[in-house]
Design a protein around this ligand. Structure first.
Ligand SMILES: NC(=O)c1ccc[n+]([C@@H]2O[C@H](COP(=O)([O-])OP(=O)(O)OC[C@H]3O[C@@H](n4cnc5c(N)ncnc54)[C@H](O)[C@@H]3O)[C@@H](O)[C@H]2O)c1
Ligand SMILES: [Zn+2]
Length: 360
């Protein structure tokens, strides 16, 4: 599946295709970029997929410098970015060169940030290898490293030149990592597309069994939905907030549990459950709309209840949210499957009550 992202001079394509990693060299050559490239990835991913990508690039005439970064969030620091800049300089990368990010969202974020800043911006190609990175982090151009006090605080918008998703790479993900990514897929269906949501409902079992044609079709559908939003709101002024569905509460749950108890998608799943119940309490949506969201999350292996959540702590974390403006946190709510509306000034009592419903 080829999904165009139309952003004028910054347009690019998202390609979702089994075996896509073997075609990266040829596809990059089509973009007529310079011959030098840097492949940014972590040790585990390099072991699994580094050779295939390196071979493809070299056989298309590119030189490849591999830059290894730590796995996961540990990659998203200024020190790691600095090491990457040094490696790019040492390898002689210039303004026409390309950085390729091979890995999950963490590698994509730091490599994107490095590409956005090195010589005021060089080409970045995203080669996402997690479900989350394929359907969310790799497209849209948001890049970031973490600040010691908050995640993703230091960054830049820098659109990729190309996004290549190879769904076969999802086969080597742990069960937890795989399921976690599905939360974003369910999110896209809930707020953006009822037919897509129904497709995921129908194919939930095959998706969880990682049936490759199904994984490819569902990931492609999700990429298309995200691309549609990015095209209409490239810089996250208003509409793009819709992608925060489940995240206002989800992020707060991650923060109060020290980013240790829940995988991101697990926190988002719980956030969706609580935000669906919040909508119901505000008189938005039906019981059935709430139930369908919970059913689908549970059927793709995500948690819908969590014991021992301190509602007051979560509430305090919500008001510290980066997206808060003048102390007001906007909530994205789903009046029905495939639709959304924004709510400002939601009463803390209602939020607390919705959070309590997460209890077993
Ligand atoms: N820029 C954006 O728009 C955006 C959007 C959402 C999330 N993010 C960021 O993405 C990050 C989370 O990304 P993630 O969930 O992809 O996790 P991750 O990047 O932290 O990777 C998790 C682990 O999975 C391993 N891994 C990756 N692909 C694998 C594969 N195919 N097989 C086996 N192991 C593999 C990695 O080595 C790593 O240890 C966060 O830092 C978040 O802030 C960014
Ligand atoms: Zn998310």
């Amino acid at each position: 599946m080829i999904i165009p992202v139309n952003l004028g001079s910054r347009s690019y394509r998202i390609i979702v295709e089994s075996g896509a990693l073997d075609t990266v060299g040829a596809r990059l050559a089509e973009l007529r970029v310079g011959s030098r490239t840097a492949l940014v990835s972590d040790a585990a991913i390099l072991r699994l997929y580094g050779k295939a990508v390196g071979r493809s690039l070299e056989s298309a005439g590119f030189t490849v410098t591999t830059v290894e970064v730590p796995a996961g969030e540990a990659a998203k620091t200024l020190a790691v970015a600095e090491r990457c800049w040094d490696a790019l300089l040492a390898a002689g990368l210039d303004r026409t060169s390309t950085v390729l990010a091979l890995g999950g969202g963490a590698v994509g974020d730091v490599a994107g940030f490095v590409a956005a800043t090195y010589m005021r911006g060089v080409n970045i190609v995203q080669l996402p290898t997690t479900v989350l990175a394929m359907v969310d982090a790799s497209s849209g151009g948001k890049t970031a490293i973490n600040h010691p006090t908050a995640k993703n605080l230091i960054g830049a918008f820098h659109q990729p030149r190309l996004v290549l998703c190879d769904p076969t790479t999802t086969r080597t993900l742990s069960q937890r990592e795989f399921s976690s990514g599905l939360a974003e897929i369910v999110k896209h269906g809930i707020v953006l597309d009822a037919a897509y949501f129904a497709e995921v409902e129908r194919d939930a079992a095959a998706l969880c069994a990682r049936d490759l044609p199904v994984v490819e079709r569902i990931i492609g559908g999700s990429c298309r939905l995200k691309a549609g939003i990015v095209e209409r709101d490239e810089r996250e002024s208003e509409l793009r907030h819709v992608l925060n569905y489940g995240h206002t509460i989800g992020h707060a749950l991650e923060a109060v549990t020290g980013y240790a108890r829940f995988a991101h998608g697990e926190a988002v799943a719980l956030g969706i459950v609580a935000e669906a119940r919040l909508a119901r309490r505000l008189g938005i949506g039906s019981d059935e709309t709430v139930a369908r969201q919970e059913r689908l999350l549970a059927s793709v292996g995500l948690p819908v209840r969590a014991p021992a959540i301190d509602a007051d702590e979560v509430l305090a974390a919500i008001t510290r949210d980066k997206k808060a403006r003048d102390g007001r946190v906007p909530f994205v709510l789903a009046p029905r499957i495939g639709a959304f509306q924004l709510a400002y000034d939601v009463s803390p009592d209602l939020i607390r009550a919705a959070l309590r419903e997460l209890g077993p």
